[in-house]
Write a protein that binds this ligand. Structure first.
Ligand SMILES: Cc1ncc(C[n+]2csc(CCOP(=O)(O)OP(=O)(O)O)c2C)c(N)n1
Length: 291
C-alpha cells in the first residue's frame, strides 16, 4: 500500500529484530498522525531501536523520557503549549506495557485524573522485551518468560493479564481502544479518531515480539490476526465509557485458542487442560465485549 506518510515520521532502517511486531504497529500509528504532534517516548524497545546515537528515525518532535515518567513529561509539554497559546499541537505518549501497566501507572493515573488532552499509546508486547523478556503486568496466564520460566513445577506465568482498558475507563478516559499488529489499518483509523478527541485517549496495541514470543520473523502479523480471531485480544473501541465497536460481533465464531498458543514457543509447554483454561478466558471476552 502506497502511503505518503509511511516514511515521513518514522524512517525505515531501524535496528529492531527482523519482523518486529512493534515497529510494524508504530508505522501504522505514524500513518495516523500529522505534523502538529509532539511525542514523549518512554524507554523500551521502540526507543532504543530508533534512536541509536547520533541518529534518530523520527520525523516529528520527539522527546526521550525515562521508563516511568513519559506521562508526566507529556503533561509538562502540554502545560508549556498552553502557556504559549498553542491549541493546535497534540501531545502523544508512546510506551511499552512495562512502562504502562507497571512502572508508569501512577503518573498515567495523574495525567488521566487531570483530564489532559493527550493521546497515550501502549505497545503491548506482553513482557519487558528490551531487557530480556521479563514478565510484566500484561503477561498472560501460562506464558513462559525469563522471570516466569516454565518447568516441571511451573506452567510459566500464573497471573492473568492486568485489565488496563478497565483502568483507563475507570478514570473516565474519553476514547479507549484496543487493536493489534494484525490489523494495521485499524491501528491507523483508531489513532486518527483519538486525535480528534478533546481530552485523554488511550490505545493499546498487541505487538507480537519475535524473541519474546519465540515466533519466526515472518509471523508477527499473523499472530496479531490470530489473537483477534481466537477472541483472546479483540479489537475494541469505547467512546465516553460506551463500547462502540468490537470484533466480537453477533455470530462471531472464535477460532480455537490452541491455534494461537501452539504456534508460540512461550506457550509450547502448555498441556490440553491449561489450554482449556485459556479457552475460558476467550469465552469471557466474548461474553464481555460482544456487540
Ligand atoms: C527505573 C528503571 N528501571 C528499569 C529500567 C531498565 N529498562 C529499560 S527498558 C526496560 C523494559 C521496557 O519494557 P516495556 O515497557 O514493556 O517496553 P518493550 O521493551 O517491551 O517495548 C527496562 C526494564 C530503566 N530504564 N529504568
Amino acid at each position: 500500500m502506497k502511503n505518503s506518510n509511511e516514511n515521513k515520521f518514522l524512517s525505515p532502517g531501524h535496528n529492531a529484530c527482523a519482523g518486529c511486531g512493534q515497529l510494524s504497529a508504530a508505522q501504522a500509528v505514524m500513518r495516523g498522525l500529522n505534523e502538529n504532534i509532539i511525542i514523549a517516548n518512554a524507554t523500551g524497545c521502540l526507543e532504543v531501536t530508533t534512536t541509536a546515537y547520533p541518529q534518530s528515525a523520527w520525523g516529528l518532535p520527539w522527546i526521550h523520557s525515562l521508563f516511568e515518567n513519559a506521562a508526566a513529561v507529556a503533561s509538562g509539554i502540554l502545560a508549556s503549549l498552553k502557556q504559549k497559546g498553542d491549541k493546535k499541537t497534540k501531545v502523544v505518549v508512546q510506551a511499552g506495557d512495562g512502562g504502562t501497566f507497571d512502572i508508569g501507572l501512577g503518573l498515567i493515573s495523574g495525567m488521566w485524573e487531570r483530564g489532559e488532552n493527550i493521546l497515550y499509546i501502549c505497545y503491548d508486547t506482553e513482557a519487558y522485551s528490551n531487557t530480556g523478556i521479563q514478565a510484566s503486568g500484561s503477561t498472560p496466564y501460562g506464558a513462559s518468560t525469563t522471570t516466569t520460566p516454565d518447568g516441571s513445577a511451573s506452567i510459566g506465568s500464573t497471573q492473568g493479564k492486568k485489565d488496563m482498558l478497565a483502568i483507563a475507563l475507570a478514570h473516565g478516559v474519553k476514547y479507549v481502544a484496543q487493536t493489534t499488529t494484525g490489523f494495521p489499518d485499524d491501528i491507523t483509523n483508531k489513532v486518527k479518531k483519538a486525535l480528534s478527541v478533546e481530552g485523554p485517549s488511550y490505545i493499546q496495541i498487541l505487538c507480537p515480539c519475535i524473541p519474546g514470543w519465540k515466533i519466526n520473523n515472518d509471523q508477527a502479523v499473523m499472530m496479531g490476526k490470530s489473537a483477534v480471531q481466537t477472541a483472546l485480544y479483540p479489537l475494541l473501541e469505547y467512546s465516553d465509557g460506551q463500547l462502540i465497536s468490537s470484533s466480537l460481533k453477533k455470530g462471531f465464531q472464535a477460532r480455537p485458542a490452541g491455534e494461537y498458543l501452539k504456534n508460540q514457543g512461550r506457550f509450547k509447554h502448555l498441556k490440553d487442560k491449561d489450554i482449556s483454561l485459556i479457552e475460558k478466558l476467550a469465552q469471557a471476552n466474548i461474553d464481555k465485549y460482544k456487540i
